[in-house]
Design a binder for this molecule. Structure first.
Ligand code: SF4
Ligand code: SF4
Length: 271
């Protein structure tokens, strides 16, 4: 299983670490579906308000990086250098990014009033207090499941407001993020990434990192290298990629599918 969301204190992206931390066995009782209900509310009057925005690992998706760097008015390189640190995924060896915390272990975006990036907060913060995993075994590949991240300090679970998982996802705009990250999620879940013999070479890891997070470098790669001599990208699409960063990000993910797995997602010139 591959975990993604769940902003909790873990040392590496590994499902067992997450579940151990929560003292949780994933069984039919603890696993949630879209229709499962839970009581929770998070608001300023709670004694725990803002205490959860520190001492944690928040992993970032490509769309998180795009939204946050634009909110801060930074290039992707500036955002990555100033606000993130790399972490290697235990099983696939892929390099991901997580938010770099401040000196005292708090998220650098937390203020007395709450999250200063609230409209553009990352996916993991949107999901919290729900954790989310995806099966990657043959039988259930691609199907999602959820679980509650019930940490002792969180008073939100004592509140009466009731949600279904689907309602929580909607109110947090999680579907928007899922849609933008869909191809990238398929890449990180590709079973080729989890072969025990896999030792990805440095070139593949660099391609993965650029295609995932370094949007400015990827744009230069497309428009200032021999990329357009090799791949057939029509004029309209080129114009779109120049002016729309979400399109560019999703194009990068299609290119990664071609470059890493030789999937037919790119058209070669002359073929
Ligand atoms: S990004 Fe915002 S919501 Fe997420 S941990 Fe930081 S302050 Fe909290
Ligand atoms: S209720 Fe939970 S999520 Fe909300 S501020 Fe308190 S600890 Fe954080």
């Amino acid at each position: 299983m591959v975990p993604w969301a769940g902003a909790i204190k873990i040392k590496e992206v590994n499902m067992d670490n997450i579940l151990n931390k929560l003292g949780l066995n994933l069984d039919e009782e603890t696993k949630l579906t879209n229709d499962s209900t839970f009581s929770f509310d998070c608001h300023k009057g709670l004694s725990c308000y803002n205490t959860c925005c520190g001492d944690l690992d928040i992993f970032l998706t490509p769309y998180d990086v795009l939204r946050m760097k634009n909110k801060l008015g930074l290039s992707s390189a500036e955002f990555i250098s100033e606000y993130t640190e790399p972490v290697i995924h235990h099983e696939s060896k892929l390099p991901f990014l997580k938010l770099k915390l401040g000196e005292k272990g708090s998220c650098r975006f937390v203020t007395a009033e709450g999250c200063s990036l609230y409209e553009d907060r990352p996916l993991a913060c949107r999901y919290y207090p729900i954790g989310f995993g995806i099966y990657k075994n043959e039988a259930a590949a691609g199907s999602d499941f959820y679980f509650l991240i019930k940490e002792a300090h969180c008073k939100g679970f004592e509140e009466e407001r009731e949600w279904t998982v689907a309602e929580w996802r909607k109110t947090q705009e999680i579907d928007v993020y899922d849609d933008k990250n869909k191809v990238w999620m398929d890449i990180i879940l590709n079973k080729k990434m989890y072969s025990p013999d896999l030792e990805p070479d440095e070139k593949s890891l660099k391609m993965f990192f650029m295609g995932s997070y370094e949007l400015d470098s990827f744009k230069n790669f497309v428009f200032e290298s021999r990329f357009l001599e090799i791949f057939d990208v029509d004029d309209d699409e080129q114009e779109l990629l120049k002016k729309d960063e979400v399109e560019l990000m999703q194009f990068a993910h299609k290119w990664l599918q071609y470059a890493l797995f030789r999937m037919p997602t790119m058209k070669l010139r002359g073929k």
